[in-house]
Every structure is written in structure tokens, then in C-alpha cells.
Design a protein around this ligand. Sequence first.
Ligand code: SDX
Length: 466
Amino acid sequence: MIKNTEIITKLIIEAKEKAYKETSNEPEPQLVQKEIKWPIQCTVGPGLEGAIACESKVGYVNGTKGWLIYRGYDIFDLAAYTSYEEVSYLLLHGELPTKNELKKYKETLTKFSFLPLTLRQLMNFPVEEWNTMAALRVGTNIMRQILTYRDKDIDDIIKSKNIKVIGTDEDSIPMETMPMGEKRAIYEFKHNRDKLIKSKVVLDEALGIRSCYHLIAGLPTITAAIARLRKGSLPIEPDPDLSIAGNLLYMMKGEKPTPIEERIMDVALILHADHGMNASTFASMVVASTLSDIYFSIEAGIAALNGPLHGGANERVLYTLEEIGSPDKVEKWFKKAREEKRKIMGFGHRVYKAYDPRARILGPLAEFLCKDHKEVRTLFKTAKKLEKMVISTLGKEKKIFPNVDFYSGLVYKALGIPPEMFTPIFAVSRVSGWTARIIEYLKHNRIFRPRAIYTGEFNKKIKKRR
Ligand code: SDX
């Protein structure tokens, strides 16, 4: 098993060099300006195509050339040289963290990643039967209710350093070893209830940066718990020594990832973190613009991301590749799909009319993982054949190219993640972009309220009805 994670950095730099050869990275003048004088003119098509909703420093998608930038940094460089924790900090605060800032930020994320009471309440629901994104929304809502009042206990436990990571022993009770039996019941229902009443937790925390940290740290824990509950296992608490990427794999699978697996998951989280005013980001910003709170806004983002035209495509790409079956069957399948005018999952984009830079990195990562995962190898070869067919036809006719979802599912499958968890993992990462853009927009908030052109009738009279 290859141990050195440097090989991943090398793959990313090679992808960057290939991109630099095939395209250029200059900004589109009409979409990049130093200062905007509102109101502005824009030509708007159905689905708000072309509409400019706000200004932003968080990130920029160059659709014509296929480039992605977070806070001025090229996505290839961020994937090659930083971590998801640094990128989520960058998106929220505008600069990469100093060593000390990163240390403090990671301590806060670790604290917020322990959600014992949230998980206990989530486990009251038949999560194993639910759509995974529905479960993620409920988990986010429970986080909002609890606002970590009890999870704040975790401070003392971490401080006293007597925290011990409970292993994958299924009988282990999430969190610190609780009293059992009658004593446990008193602890749970009396101790906590009193604390809740005394806690006077005010919900205005639910609009601030702490809530963003809470969500960035908590969504991985909830996502992993959903994955475990779906296979009949108890949730595992995070290991404070692992990164968000490492813990996501550890808490889902019950075993520590290899350095390579952790690095690849970290790159995937970096690539999915932000992407301009996509549907789920816009949905979360619309809710936030009403001054509803960040938890509700993130729940709206999760709901929008679920759709197969958006974040739900990654799971469906895998099903498409399995439906095709093998590279030699691609041609016949593609011909039929075109006759049926099917939307091919993982291709096309409202903004990119060029190869999605994220797919430029995820493709080689999927290929790299094939070496040790032969069940992905046939799927990858099928994907490469399909990509070639689509680019040589739809690519030429309609500028339809692979998007971020085309290879991400193959990477996740090779990492041992079930397909129904692919979109929740997208949300685990995108919560950084959602919260960053919400915080930025709330600084000069104005409720989103577009108009519609009325094409209905006038002056209709009500005939006698009673
Ligand atoms: C994501 O916005 C973001 O930034 C999203 C995202 C992010 O990081 O947040 O990048 C993540 O959501 C990626 C997209 C994942 N979705 C898919 O892979 C689903 C398949 N893709 C399509 O449904 C479509 O490409 C969209 C939804 C992504 C974009 O749709 P648009 O911009 O509304 O384009 P359209 O549906 O109007 O299509 C324009 C033409 C049509 O042909 P005509 O009617 O003009 O003849 O292109 C065709 C479409 O039929 N077309 C496709 C196609 N996508 C567009 N034809 C076949 N297969 C496809 N995938």
C-alpha cells in the first residue's frame, strides 16, 4: 500500500499543468470588478441564468475557461498545499489561518465535533430507513435546538484530558462513560433537564460565527452517524487527533484511514467547499436574508443540494456506470440515451462551458485509487469511455463536459463509502461555502425578493356560488 501522500500532491500539480496547457485563467471582465455601483443591468434567462444577485469576495468561477478560485487562491494550489480546515477558515475569514489561528480553530472544531446529545436524539428516529439528506437535515435541526449547551460539557472533558476515544466497540455508549440503570435515567432526564432550564441558551448565537464552526464541525459527525445507523451500528465519536477528513472516514467505517485515504478525502472536501451562487448556496442565502438563523439556512442548502440536477448527481453517476456495465457497452448505451434525450449525470453545468477544474483533479485521484480497488477499475474504464463519447459529441455541440460529480463517486466508492452517503459528504464540505457566503451577505443584508412577469388574465368575475 503506497504510504507517501506526496504522490497525491504530484497528481494535483500534473492536473494543474495540463489545465494551464489547455486553457487560460484570466477573469471574465463582466463578472469581475473592483467596485459595483448598484443597481446594475443584467440579462436574465429562465432559472435566473445570467442574473447577478450580489457581490462577493468569497470565490469566483470562471465558466468560460473552467477555473475556480477561493478568496484569490487557485483551487489547484489549495488542493495541493492546504487542508480542508485551512480552506474552511479561508472561506469564512478571508485569509488562510496563521499557525496559531489554525491551532485555535482546530481546537474549536474538535470541541464542536462531539455531539453526544444530538446523536442520542437523532437515534430516536428510524434514520436507517430515511433518505440520508432528510436525516442530515433533522440532525442539523437538533443541533440548532441543543446549540451545544450540553456538548459544551466537552470542554471540561477535553481540558481534563481524560477523554478517551471509545473504539468501535458496539456496546460503547457515545461520549463519556455514563452511569447506568436508574442512576443513568436520573442523569439523563433530571440532570440534563435542569441544565437545559438553567442554561438560558440564547438562540442569537444561531446567527454568529460560532454557529458556522458548530455546523462545519458537526455535519461530519452527523453524516458518519447516519452511515453507521444505516448499517445497524452505533455512532462512533470523533478522534480528537484526526482531521475532519480523517474523522469522517473513521467515524463512518470504524477504522482509522491510511494517510493516503485521509489525504484524498481532504482534497475532495477542499474541492467541494464553495462554488459561487449555485442552487444550494443561493437557497441558504435566501433563507438567511430573511434573518432566519444559520441552522435553518443550512437546512435549506441541504434540501437544495439533494436534487439529482445538483449535489445528488454524484450518486446517480455511479448507478449510470453500473447500468452501462463495461466500457464495450458505452457506445450502445450512449446512443440510446441521446435518442431518449436523457440528461447524463455528471455532465453539463450552468456556468462551466469547459472542463470542470475539480473533475480534472478527481479523475486522476479515481484512477490512482483503481490500482488498489479492482471493483472500481471497470467502473473507471467505463467512465473514461463515456467521457470521451460525451466530449466528442455534446462537448462539441453544446459545450457539455464532465462536472465535479462525474468522478467524485468513484473516489468515494474506492474509499469504501456507500453511494447514499455521497451527497451528504458533498454537504459536509459545502457547508463551508454556504456559511461563508451567508456571513458575507448578512453584512449588507437585503432580503432576496425577485419578481415574476404576470402572464395570467385580468377582470374575471365570480359567478354566483352560494
Ligand atoms: C453541481 O451550479 C453549480 O455550481 C453546481 C455545482 C456546485 O459545485 O455547486 O457545480 C455542483 O450541481 C454540478 C451539476 C450536477 N448535475 C448533473 O450532473 C446533472 C446533469 N446535468 C444537467 O442536468 C445540467 O447540465 C445542469 C442541471 C447541471 C445544468 O443545466 P442548465 O444550465 O439548466 O442547462 P439545460 O438543462 O438548459 O441544458 C442546456 C442544453 C439542453 O439541450 P437543448 O434542450 O438546448 O437541446 O444542454 C443539454 C440540455 O438537454 N444538456 C444535457 C446535459 N446537460 C445539459 N444533455 C445531456 N446530458 C446532460 N448532462
